[in-house]
Design a protein around this ligand. Structure first.
Ligand code: GLA
Length: 386
């Protein structure tokens, strides 16, 4: 109701206003594997992005965010198909309108849209993929496009890659478009085969720890890491006919790594290959209810992201290393792209409160400002809510 009132104040009364929601995501394990043909294991969250939308009779697109009220209404049109820096965050939904049109899903009139996000920005919990998938979802509903969640996820990824300029994989958009409450998604990013895994955590909570160090994927070293993996793959392909690093078995990698002359490239590929194997092992551990093994794999994942992939940094390492020292912690690691953003930990229910106090204190002492903690609640994919 609140959003509808604000919508009418901002854009004027009248017409049919439709409302939608799409979640954010947290990745439990399988980091930087989704552009290397590997496995990931994310779940959708109950926090996310809301939209209130009304069709227009002309070709204008008007955007407003409750999170950035000072920016006011940002206006453009269906005919403007270029990324525009001054249009700021609206480039995410604009990119999806563009990607949909390129794929043959042409909107025949514009819209006014109000967004409200409950995911902290630049936290690594995918506020950008959330707004992309939400846009893909409401476009389909408003204009009668008949694509499914997987196509919607691909439109979001295309927008991110070709409109925004971040060479991301499919994980975030897929986790958001296909999320199911109470489940993580075990996804093979090479084939897009997936399974839902019930998150039966038996008295263990998923605690998300935010470094409050902002990161933007565009200006991070994300694209550089991806390019390094592609170079490493070229060396590997001289020995093994694989399409992606994560197709390698442990034994093949032991042979292939000797053919990569650069230490840096070898380390990047080492992470990709071993992280994929850890993700497979973590899924098996969860199926057996072995959360101790799952947590140990999370810890190993963080070490690999720190030492071989070099995407953690002081803030994430401080949080994760402080988490490892606490009683009742099964595992902790950075989540998402890295370079700031969030970490994720598995903590026994009765230890959560002392965990938050102790880790929070260590972080403040060492970094000089506060971290924020959230108990993750899982959520489902996009939905129309009014
Ligand atoms: C970001 C990207 C994803 C994935 C992760 C790292 O979230 O959007 O595609 O590569 O980083 O696992």
């Amino acid at each position: 109701m609140e959003d509808e009132i604000t919508f009418s104040k901002v854009f004027g009364e009248g017409g049919e206003i439709r409302k939608y929601f799409a979640p954010g995501r947290v990745n439990l394990i399988g980091e930087h594997t989704d552009y290397n043909g590997g496995h990931v294991f994310p779940c959708a969250l109950s926090i996310g992005t809301y939209a209130a939308v009304r069709k227009r009779t002309d070709r204008k697109l008007r955007f407003y965010s409750v999170n950035f009220p000072d920016a006011g209404i940002l206006e453009t049109s269906l005919d403007d198909k270029a990324f525009r820096r001054e249009l700021d965050w609206t480039n995410y939904p604009r990119g999806v309108v563009w990607a949909a049109e390129e794929a043959g899903y042409k909107a025949d009139c514009g819209f006014d849209v109000l967004f409200r996000g409950t995911i902290p920005n630049s936290s690594g919990l995918s506020s950008s993929a959330s707004i992309e998938v939400l846009t893909g979802y409401f476009l389909a509903d408003l204009y009668g496009f008949d694509y499914d969640g997987i196509v919607n996820a691909k439109l979001g990824q295309r927008a991110e890659n070709a409109f925004i300029g971040v060479n991301c994989g499919i994980m975030d958009q897929f986790a958001i478009a296909m999320g199911q409450k109470g489940h993580a998604i075990f996804l093979n990013t090479g084939t897009l085969a997936y399974e839902y895994a019930p998150l039966d955590l038996k008295g263990v909570r998923i605690v998300i720890m935010n470094t409050n160090k902002k990161r933007g994927l565009g200006d991070s070293k994300y694209n550089e890491r991806r390019a390094e993996c592609e170079k490493a793959l070229q060396y590997v392909q001289q020995t093994f006919p694989v399409q992606a690093l994560c197709e390698l078995t442990k034994e093949q990698w032991a042979v292939a790594k000797e053919t990569i002359p650069s230490v840096t490239l070898r380390k990047r590929a080492e992470h990709a290959v071993t992280e994929n194997l850890r993700t497979l092992a973590a899924y098996e551990a969860l199926k057996k209810g072995d959360l101790t093994a799952f947590g140990r794999l999370m810890n190993e994942s963080h070490i690999s992201l720190k030492e071989d992939y070099e995407v953690t940094g002081r803030e994430l390492d401080t949080l994760v290393e402080a988490a490892w020292q606490q009683a009742g912690v099964l595992g902790a690691r950075m989540t998402g792209a890295g370079f700031g953003g969030c970490a994720v930990s598995l903590v026994q229910e009765d230890a959560v409160s002392s965990f938050v106090t102790n880790v929070g204190q260590i972080y403040r002492e060492q970094i000089g400002y506060d971290a924020t903690f959230y108990e993750a609640e899982t959520g489902s994919g996009p939905v129309r809510i009014g």
